[in-house]
Ligand binder design. Structure first.
Ligand SMILES: Cc1cc2nc3c(=O)[nH]c(=O)nc-3n(C[C@H](O)[C@H](O)[C@H](O)COP(=O)(O)O)c2cc1C
Length: 204
């Protein structure tokens, strides 16, 4: 099978397969604060680490459909800070609740019954129950190419300025992902949890 992007239906596929092909994707659970002080939390799976030195991450915000930026993007543009919280398996339902498009200024921590914890290098709260969280300062906001009949997605790139790790997920000086089984996004409405890992030495 071969087709060009957007023509999956002509190829006999009900849905675009791109997200299923580029999977599993980590979920950046992004907390942010607006200039009015309001707090926001939402999951982004167009998310990844992009550099080790300096340590940097990105997430990409799709158009909201109402001509406004999504709340996370609006907040990051306003205050130039955000936090990426790790979604452990046991937080999957809470994560899903925070993807609900609440009105601007409504706190998804509260909606999902999550406690907030303070950060050090940013004024944004983190998810207290997350096994790890990355404090980030905005580096750049990049508007991606505008599609013909839609608004453009916007990529946010941040520099990591602080790292939180729960003591109980560290084994022998390493983060042990099997202790919290990070949730990953697949295609469609599917998710996976990391339960099985193996190590491989690099070739000399
Ligand atoms: C697992 C998951 C991953 C998501 N990834 C993205 C994404 O990468 N980009 C995006 O624009 N929306 C994504 N969404 C949808 C947003 O979370 C949703 O639009 C949310 O309401 C945005 O919240 P905000 O306006 O508070 O930022 C995702 C939703 C889920 C459940």
């Amino acid at each position: 099978m071969y087709f060009r992007p957007g023509l999956h239906k002509e190829a006999g596929l009900s849905f675009s397969p791109i997200k299923a092909i580029i999977s599993p994707r980590p979920i950046g659970w992004v907390s942010s604060r607006g200039k009015d002080g309001s707090v926001n939390l939402a999951p982004y799976s167009y998310f990844n680490a992009i550099s080790e030195l300096p340590p940097m991450v990105m997430f990409s915000s799709a158009p909201s459909g109402n001509g406004q930026h999504k709340d996370s993007l609006r907040n990051v543009i306003e205050t130039e800070e955000f936090v990426v919280n790790v979604v452990s398996s046991d937080l999957c339902d809470a994560m899903n609740i925070t993807s609900n498009g609440l009105a601007y200024g409504q706190n998804e921590f509260t909606a999902a019954g999550l406690d907030m914890a303070e950060c050090h290098s940013v004024s944004v709260p983190r998810v207290a129950a997350s096994p790890a969280a990355l404090e980030c300062k905005l580096w750049k906001v990049i508007e991606l190419p505008k599609p013909e009949h839609n608004d453009a997605s916007v990529m946010v790139i941040g520099i990591i300025t602080g790292i939180h790790i729960a003591d109980n997920v560290i084994t022998d000086g390493k983060v042990d992902v099997t202790r919290y089984q990070p949730l990953a996004r697949l295609g469609y409405m599917d998710y996976a949890r990391v339960t099985d890992i193996f190590a491989m030495a690099r070739p000399e």
